[in-house]
Design a protein. Structure first.
Lengths: 250, 437
């Protein structure tokens, strides 16, 4: 599904990613862990198509197609979804109107008509129940005054509505209490199938107790320095990141 | 003959056929003298530095339309808020249209200025209120000199007026060019609440210049919510002069939605004559082409413990130009005043411009006054957020502009108005958005 070859990216001439190689197959869950500043969020943003980053070398292939030249919205239309670490507040646009616009613009890009209103309503109801979201919440302005947990739940709600092929969850666990974490993880797990894939970016192993990865990668200084099975996450939780750094430097 | 001379000379004929006993006789004569002396404002005056009337003054306007012009309800329905029950005071080319209107004298007066000016039973009110808060600038004086028609609303005390009142002026284009001088007087008694919607709408491309004056008197604890919908054709121009006199604990709000018209100038003046008064001035301006909208506001804090809230948003495209001049005066006695002012603008094109100027004159020492103005582009991180959800760049921009302006609508209390304005904004910006939820 996703293949990243020797990806180098920088922002304002500062190199952040220095040769990432990663392959994600349908049905898989990959966790990307690493200390602060290792490039985790940059990797997520570069895959999603944020324009501030310059890709200097390497390529990102989605189902075999190079997506380097595609705009963020075109990547979304092809099935990439990024759950933001810090979702942006947009006063004046309700959650419902926002998600309707996103869905219908995606359909338009695929040459489809708008989703009929009753179908949309049904889908919204179904997905909001999945994430235990109150109806009233949906008419509030997007992310405005939302608690940390509400923001993240809203991100996963959008993911559920858009049904992406590849979902990247950027620090989705930060700012979540245990109940919210459980709801969010449960939502992600229910959306998982053999045809889609998830990349979980996280600092801690906590979320990975709920969304169990098939592979764990450790990012350090813009490179994946270690990959392993889910047990690697436990090891990192216990021992921290210093031993990895030492291993790399040795 | 230029427009000013034409106006002054036609005044004699106009005043000639009016009742000599009218309480307005002297007021009118005084007013025309002021207009004759001052003339139309020019860019040399500080308050008109960025707004020129020159292009409007070259037309040969009819000052008194000759004929009564009829229009059908179906032709104007779209310009009314028609999905709610309301009182309507409707004028066609400056003349009252009884068959389109719905007035009342049942426990209050929602009727015509011409009736109020001529009937003896209104004489006391006219003497007490007419031209009592309006200032003596040249355009207001011009209106005063010719004032003969408009809305007259008198709400006694303790009255909750459940139906909003719509004041709508249509111009038919049966005159090659038309100048209108509507005059409204609105007196709201103690503890009473009224909602008013005002609109000026031209039905053809012939030029129209409206110089309107509205006086509002809000008694103790009265609530007045005023909505001005300015979405006229680009052949029509409006100079709106509104003066609001508030007594203690009254709450008055004016929302001005400026989307249409060639040139629109809003002179909006609040005078706080009492304690614990609240004044709200909000506006959304979205214009393009060569349109021009000028908000010239004044809030005069005269007594202590009062508040004022100003929030104006503007989006300017093409070669459109905007002006915001927000003046706040806090008298020495007006301690504990809270006065807030904010004016945010987005310029969508390189040729569009906005001149924004806060003007705070504070003479009291224990007050909270803030002002802020911004001129900018759209937030990059918000753009990426929307685009990452599949919303293309153009639509994302439109959606953010919609969000930016729609935010002012939170204080609109009539849902049908909110919905209507939301729709106009969405259409104007090209946002496809659903409202059915």
């Amino acid at each position: 599904m996703l293949k990243i070859n020797n990806l180098h990216a920088s922002v304002e001439d500062k190199a952040i990613l220095r040769g990432i190689n990663l392959e994600v197959k349908p049905g898989e869950v990959h966790a990307i862990m690493g200390p602060n500043g290792s490039g985790k969020s940059t990797l997520a943003s570069v895959i999603a198509g944020k324009e501030e980053y310059d890709v200097e070398e390497g390529e990102i292939l989605l189902e075999g197609e190079n997506i380097d030249d595609l705009a963020a919205e075109e990547r979304a239309h092809k099935g990439i979804f990024l759950s933001f670490q810090y979702p942006v507040e947009i006063p004046g646009v309700s959650v419902t109107n926002f998600i309707k616009t996103a869905i219908n613009e995606t359909r338009k890009a695929k040459g489809l008509d708008d989703m009929p209103a009753n179908e949309m309503l049904k889908l919204i109801r179904e997905k909001s129940e999945l994430l235990e979201i109150d109806r009233k919440f949906l008419s509030r302005s997007l992310n405005e005054g939302f608690s940390g947990g509400e923001k993240k739940r809203n991100e996963i709600f959008q993911m559920a509505m858009l049904e992406p092929k590849l979902a990247i969850l950027d620090e989705t666990d930060s700012g979540l209490d245990i109940d919210a974490l459980r709801i969010v993880a449960n939502g992600v797990n229910k959306l998982k199938s053999k045809d889609n894939a998830v990349i979980v970016i996280t600092h801690y192993q906590r979320l990975l107790d709920y969304i169990v990865p098939d592979f764990v990668h450790v990012l350090h200084n813009g490179r994946i320095v270690k990959s392993g099975p889910k047990e690697l996450a436990h090891e990192l939780e216990e021992k921290g990141y210093d031993w990895i750094k030492e291993e790399v430097n040795a | 003959m230029d427009l000013k001379d034409k106006i002054v000379s036609s005044y004699l004929a106009f005043e000639d056929h009016l009742d000599d006993n009218s309480p307005l006789h002297d007021i009118r004569n005084e007013a025309i003298k002021i207009f004759e002396q001052k003339g139309f404002p020019s860019k040399k005056e500080e308050a008109w530095k960025y707004t020129s009337l020159n292009s409007l003054l070259k037309h040969n306007y009819s000052l008194f339309p000759k004929r009564d012009n009829a229009i059908e309800y179906k032709d104007i329905k779209q310009y009314l808020i028609h999905d709610i029950d309301s009182y309507k005071i409707i004028f066609i080319d400056g003349k009252y249209s009884s068959h389109l209107s719905e007035t009342t004298h049942d426990g209050m007066d929602v009727c015509l200025m011409s009736a109020a000016l001529s009937k003896p039973k209104y004489r006391l009110i006219i003497e007490n209120y007419f031209n009592k808060v309006a200032t003596t600038d040249s355009l207001t004086s011009l209106n005063t000199a010719f004032s003969s028609e408009g809305a007259y609303i008198n709400i006694p005390k303790n009255k909750l007026v459940e139906k909003p009142i719509q004041i709508v002026h249509f111009s038919t284009g049966n005159e090659a060019a038309l100048m209108l001088q509507p005059r409204n007087l609105i007196v709201v008694g103690e503890n009473s609440h009224v909602q008013i919607i005002e609109r000026h709408q031209s039905l053809t491309e012939n030029p129209v210049l409206t110089n309107s004056v509205t006086e509002v008197f809000a008694a103790k604890r009265a609530i007045v919510d005023y909505y001005k919908v300015q979405n006229d054709k680009e052949s029509a121009s409006l100079i709106d002069n509104t003066f609001i006199n508030q007594k203690q604990e009254s709450h008055c709000s004016v929302h001005t939605f400026s989307f249409g018209g060639k040139l629109t100038r809003n002179n909006l003046n609040f005078f706080q004559n009492g304690e614990r008064i609240d004044s709200t001035l909000k506006g959304v301006t979205i214009i393009g082409n060569k349109q021009h909208v000028d908000h010239n506001t004044l809030v005069h804090h005269i007594e202590p413990n009062c508040e004022s809230h100003q929030d104006y948003k503007g989006i300017f495209g093409d070669s459109a130009t905007g002006v915001f001049n927000g003046r706040v005066i806090v008298n020495k006695e007006a301690q504990k005043t809270n006065a807030f002012q904010s004016n945010n603008n987005i310029l969508v094109s390189d040729k569009a411009s906005i001149n924004t100027k806060p003007q705070l004159e504070i003479f009291a020492d224990d007050v909270k006054c803030s002002h802020g103005c911004t001129i900018g582009q759209l937030d990059e991180s918000a753009m990426f957020y929307l685009r990452s959800r599949g919303i293309p760049e153009k639509e994302a921009k439109a959606l953010l502009m919609y969000a930016f302006s729609n935010n002012v609508l939170s204080s609109v209390k009539i849902p049908e108005i909110k919905q209507r304005i939301t729709k106009i904004i969405a259409n104007k910006l090209g946002v496809r958005i659903g409202f059915d939820l």
